[in-house]
Design a protein around this ligand. Structure first.
Ligand code: COA
Ligand code: AMP
Length: 626
C-alpha cells in the first residue's frame, strides 16, 4: 500500500494541503485560499472563500481548452431505437440556451428547479443549465409515485418544474406529465411554470402554466455562467431515511467539483478524452455524480443509456454499448449483472463483441455477492471493483483506487477507505473503536471530506440528529461492517430501516406507513428479504384489527396497489402476509432488528427484551431466505 497509504495518511493529517492541491484541477473565478471552514462545527464547509461555476467547469473550460469537437455525451436509447451524440461545444450551447430559458421564466441564483425526467440528454441539459445560473436542481427518480414527488416539491419549493411528457419502460409508457399534475393537485406549494419536453411516444396536453420545451428554447438567449460561492448549493437529492419523509441531501458547488474530479482520475482511473459509462439512472446519486458531473468535470465522454440491462433487445445489451462506444470503464449495480447472468448464464454474449477497450468494471449500490463477483471477473477478464458509498457521501467512501494504486481484490470487500474518509468501525453501544475482525457500526470521523453533504436542505438540526448524534465526533453511515486483518472493509448491511431493492434505496418505514393506513390493518412491519435478482425485496407482515375479516386475496391486492400508488412501482412491493402477531419488547416496541437478522439469514439469538418468544419463532419460516 504505497501511493494509496501515503495519500490516505496525508488527506487526514494535512487536509488543507491535500484538498487545496486537489482544488487546482478546478477553474475558479476566485481561487480558494482555505480548504476547511470549521467555524460552525459540526457543520463543516469546504473552500469558504472560493468562487466558481460548476457548469463552466463541466463544459466551457473544456471547449476553451480545445475539446469543443470531442463527444461530451452519447445518448444510447434502445427503447426509442436512437443514438445521439453531443460534442462539448454542442452541449455547452444547449445548456447555455436552456439556462437562458430558465432565466426568462424568472429563475435566478438560489431558486430551486425540480427535474422529473427520463434518461434523455435534456435531463442533463436541465441540470447543467441550473448549475450555470446558480439555481439548485432537485432531480426526482421517475419510478416514484405522485405522492413522493409531491413531498419533494413541498420541501424544495421549486420555482419551476422541468418534466418530460413520458418515460419509456420496456412494458409500458410512464405518463410523467400526468404524475406531475397529480402531485401538484395535492401540494400547497405551486411552482410558477412547468416546462414539458414533448416525446413522440406520448405527447402531453399542456395547461395554462405549462411551457413547451422546444417553444421555450426557440426564443431563449444563451446565458453566461454565474459565479457562485463554493459553499452555495448545487443540488438537493432526496433520499430515503428511517422515517417516511425523505431527506434532502444538499451538495455544494466547490467541494463537489474538487472531490468528483479527484475521484474520476484516482479511483476510476478515467482520464480526459476517455469514454466512461455509469449505467444507473440520473435520479440517483450515481447518476448525478458519475453520469453527469464527474466525467464532464474532467473532460471525458459520458454515456447515457436509456434501457434495461437485458431484453432490449438481448442479453448482450451492455456489451454492445461497451463495444460500440469504446467504453473504458463501466459502473453499474450488482443487480444489473445478476439480471445479465440470469439471461446469459454461460456468458456467451460478451464474446460476440469487441471489448478490447474495456478496462474495468465498478459495482456499487448494494452488497456485491462473491458469486456475482466471480462470474463477472471470469467472464470479463478485467478488474471487478466493488466500492461502497451513499447519497450522502456523494462519492466513494471505500474503494479499490484503480487510478492511484490498484490493490488485490477480496470478494465481499469494498477494499479500503478513500482518502478524505477516516472510516472507523464502532461499538454501537459504547461508540468505542472495535478491533479488526469485529463487526460494528461503520462511522466516519468528522469532518467529512469535500463532496459529502454539508447538511440537509433547510434543516441543520435534522442533519445533526440523523447522522451526527449517535457517536460523538462521527458521521454515522447506517451500515454495519468490519475491517479484516489487512485493513480491507467489508460492508455487511444496514443497521436501520433502509433497504436496497435492485440498487434502489427505499425506506421500509415509508412502506409501513402506507400499509398501516389500510382500514383493516392494526399494525405492520416491512422487512427486506433476500432476493436472487434484486438483492432485497420488501416483505410486509400485517396484523389485522380485531373484528376485521377481509378477504385475504382482496386485502393483498389493495395493499400492493396502495404501495404502488403512494411510493411507486420502484418499491416492487408484491409480498404481504397476514400474521397473528409481531414480536415485541415488553415495552411494546416491534423487534424489527431481530426480524431483519433472520431475513438476512443470520443466526439471531432470542432478544432478552422480547415479550413472547413464540411470536418470533412462528415468523422464522416466513422471514428466512428461501
Ligand atoms: N421511471 C418509471 N418507472 C420506472 C423507472 C423509471 N425511471 N425505473 C423503474 N421503473 C419501474 C419499472 O418499470 C418497474 O415497474 P413494473 O412494476 O410496472 O414492472 C418497477 O419500477 C421496478 O423497476 P426495476 O426495479 O428497475 O425492475 P425491473 O424488473 O424493471 O429491472 C433490473 C430490474 C435489475 C434490471 C433493474 O432494476 C436495473 O437495471 N437495476 C440497476 C439499478 C441501478 O442502476 N441502481 C442505481 C445504483 S448504481
Ligand atoms: P444510496 O444512497 O442509494 O447510494 O444507497 C447507499 C446504501 O447502499 C449504502 O448505505 C449501503 O447500504 C448500500 N451500498 C452501496 N454500495 C454498497 C456496496 N458496495 N456494498 C454494500 N452495500 C452498499
Amino acid at each position: 500500500m504505497g501511493k494509496y497509504a501515503d495519500a490516505h495518511r496525508r488527506s487526514l493529517s494535512d487536509p488543507e494541503g491535500f484538498w487545496l492541491e486537489a482544488a487546482e484541477a478546478i477553474e475558479w473565478s476566485r481561487t480558494p485560499t482555505r480548504a476547511l471552514d470549521d467555524s460552525r462545527a459540526p457543520l463543516y464547509r469546504w473552500f469558504p472563500d472560493g468562487e466558481l461555476n460548476t457548469a463552466h467547469n463541466a463544459l466551457d473550460r473544456h471547449v476553451a481548452a480545445g475539446r469543443g469537437e470531442q463527444a461530451a455525451l452519447i445518448h444510447d436509447s434502445p427503447v426509442t431505437g436512437t443514438k445521439t451524440s453531443y460534442t462539448y461545444a454542442e452541449l455547452r450551447d444547449a445548456v447555455a440556451v436552456f439556462a437562458g430559458a430558465l432565466s426568462a421564466l424568472g429563475v435566478t441564483k438560489g431558486d430551486r428547479v425540480i427535474v422529473y425526467m427520463p434518461m434523455v440528454p435534456e435531463t442533463l441539459i436541465a441540470m447543467l443549465a441550473c448549475a450555470r445560473i446558480g439555481a439548485v436542481h432537485s432531480v426526482v427518480f421517475g419510478g416514484f409515485a405522485p405522492k413522493e414527488l409531491a413531498a419533494r416539491i413541498e420541501d424544495a419549493r421549486p420555482k419551476v418544474v422541468v418534466a418530460a411528457s413520458c418515460g419509456i419502460e420496456p412494458t409500458r409508457i410512464v405518463d410523467y406529465k400526468q404524475i406531475v399534475d397529480q402531485a401538484l393537485r395535492t401540494t400547497r406549494h405551486q411552482p410558477e411554470h412547468i416546462v414539458i419536453l414533448q416525446r413522440d411516444a406520448a405527447r402531453a396536453e399542456l395547461g395554462e402554466r405549462d411551457v413547451d420545451w422546444q417553444e421555450l428554447i426557440a426564443t431563449a438567449k444563451p446565458a453566461d455562467p454565474v459565479p457562485v460561492a463554493a459553499t452555495d448549493p448545487l443540488y438537493i437529492l432526496y433520499t430515503s431515511g428511517t422515517t417516511g419523509s425523505p431527506k434532502g441531501v444538499v451538495r455544494d458547488n466547490g467541494g463537489h467539483a474538487v472531490a468528483l474530479a479527484w475521484s474520476m482520475t484516482n479511483i476510476y482511473g478515467v482520464r480526459p478524452g476517455d469514454t466512461w459509462w455509469a449505467a444507473s439512472d440520473v435520479g440517483w446519486v450515481v447518476g448525478h455524480s458519475y453520469i453527469v458531473y464527474a466525467p464532464l468535470l474532467i473532460g471525458a465522454t459520458t454515456v447515457l443509456y436509456e434501457g434495461k440491462p437485458v431484453g432490449t433487445p438481448d442479453a448482450g445489451a451492455f456489451w454492445r454499448v461497451v463495444s460500440e462506444h469504446g467504453v473504458k470503464a463501466l459502473f453499474t449495480a450488482p443487480t444489473a449483472l445478476r439480471a445479465i447472468r440470469k439471461a446469459d448464464p454461460e456468458a456467451t454474449e460478451p464474446a460476440r463483441y469487441d471489448l478490447s477497450a474495456f478496462e474495468a468494471l465498478f459495482l456499487a449500490g448494494e452488497r456485491l455477492d462473491p458469486d456475482t463477483y466471480h462470474w463477472a471477473h471470469d467472464t470479463l477478464g478485467v478488474p471487478v471493483i466493488d466500492h461502497w458509498w451513499q447519497t450522502e457521501s456523494g462519492w466513494p467512501i471505500s474503494a479499490n483506487l484503480r487510478g492511484l494504486e490498484l490493490m488485490p481484490a477480496k470478494p465481499g470487500s469494498a477494499t479500503v477507505p478513500v482518502p478524505g474518509f477516516d472510516v472507523q468501525v464502532l461499538d454501537p453501544a459504547t461508540s468505542g473503536q472495535l478491533p479488526r475482525g469485529r463487526e460494528g457500526a461503520i462511522a466516519v470521523r468528522l469532518p467529512l471530506p469535500p463532496g459529502s453533504l454539508p447538511t440537509l436542505w433547510g434543516d441543520d438540526q435534522r442533519y445533526i440528529d440523523a447522522y451526527l448524534s449517535q457517536h460523538d465526533g462521527y458521521y454515522t453511515t447506517g451500515d454495519s461492517g468490519f475491517f479484516d486483518e489487512d485493513g480491507y472493509l467489508f460492508v455487511m448491511g444496514r443497521t436501520d430501516d433502509v433497504i436496497n431493492v435492485a440498487g434502489h434505496r427505499l425506506s421500509t418505514g415509508a412502506i409501513e406507513a402506507v400499509l398501516a393506513a389500510h382500514p383493516a390493518v392494526a399494525e405492520c412491519a416491512v422487512i427486506g428479504v433476500h432476493d436472487e435478482l434484486k438483492g432485497q425485496l420488501p416483505r410486509g407482515l400485517v396484523v389485522l384489527k380485531s373484528g376485521a375479516h377481509p378477504d385475504e386475496a382482496t386485502l393483498h391486492e389493495e395493499l400492493v396497489a396502495a404501495v404502488r400508488r403512494d411510493i411507486g412501482p420502484v418499491a416492487a412491493f408484491r409480498d404481504v402476509t397476514v400474521v397473528d402477531a409481531l414480536p415485541k419488547t415488553r415495552s411494546g416496541k416491534i423487534l424489527r432488528r431481530a426480524m431483519r437478522g433472520i431475513a438476512d439469514g443470520r443466526d439471531v439469538p432470542m432478544p432478552s427484551t422480547i415479550e413472547d418468544p413464540a411470536v418470533l419463532d412462528d415468523l422464522r419460516p416466513i422471514l428466512r431466505p428461501h
